[in-house]
Design a protein around this ligand. Sequence first.
Ligand code: ADP
Length: 267
Amino acid sequence: SPSQRWEMQIAPIGDGRRLVHLADRSGSHAAERMRVDFVANASHELRTPLASILGYVETLSDAAGEDPAIRARFLKIVFDEARRMQRLVDDLMSLSRIEAEKYRAPADTVDLGALVDETHAELAQAHDGRGRDIILEHDTGVIPVMGDRTQLSQLLHNLIGNAMKYGQPGTPVRVSIVREPDAVRLVVADQGEGIPPEHLPRLTERFYRVDPGRSRSVGGTGLGLAIVKHIVERHRGRLDIVSRVGEGTRVTVVLRPPTNAPPEPVS
Ligand code: ADP
């Protein structure tokens, strides 16, 4: 296969005979290949809006820029493309920060219920009018998990954001938290277009998109689920995506409660 790579060493061992040693280097080759692809993809993703910005700015400085209507329209495009670059750079920086902290287990106690409520309020404000479609189902009271507050907030933004982006307008997005003896289960479910099964194994790859045009039109960077996967790994948790085309998608994240949690009050 093209990802196979063999290294051959030949040593003379006398009598005109030679010892041939074959070493399988496919593993490191694959990792190197992924790194090269990632840099190429990231550069391409940044270059497209950059080319567009340069083109429109050049036109704006010509006579065309004197027409107020054209000017307003082009400035809007320049602004949107610059925002797209900003989202991409923010996501790239998040990914590298999370990767750098990979081996340091998060040790804060975070109230997942409060974080979900907070994220809901932020997203409802950002997606004006769609906030009412989010249905929150979790216990009242503190739902403690072991975690990194900033990263868990980002995980929630990405998952609930996707459910809103790819969900059917007017249908609810359900966010539920279920407490189990040794785990806290977070579920984000939408009634959107769903994902064909052949794409499911690759969804958390950087820049992997089912429909690149649709992802871009809803402001996606293609990095959201890669970020979620890295955050879940750092939290030693589990990520599970189940989807049916035409019915919707359900993402489950299993986190751990703090090990030294105070005992539940007896009521
Ligand atoms: P993007 O920025 O493109 O949304 P993500 O990494 O968050 O990138 O998701 C990768 C791809 O997975 C998306 O482009 C989309 O095709 C698909 N996807 C993610 N979440 C959903 C969902 N809730 N419903 C349908 N498709 C989804």
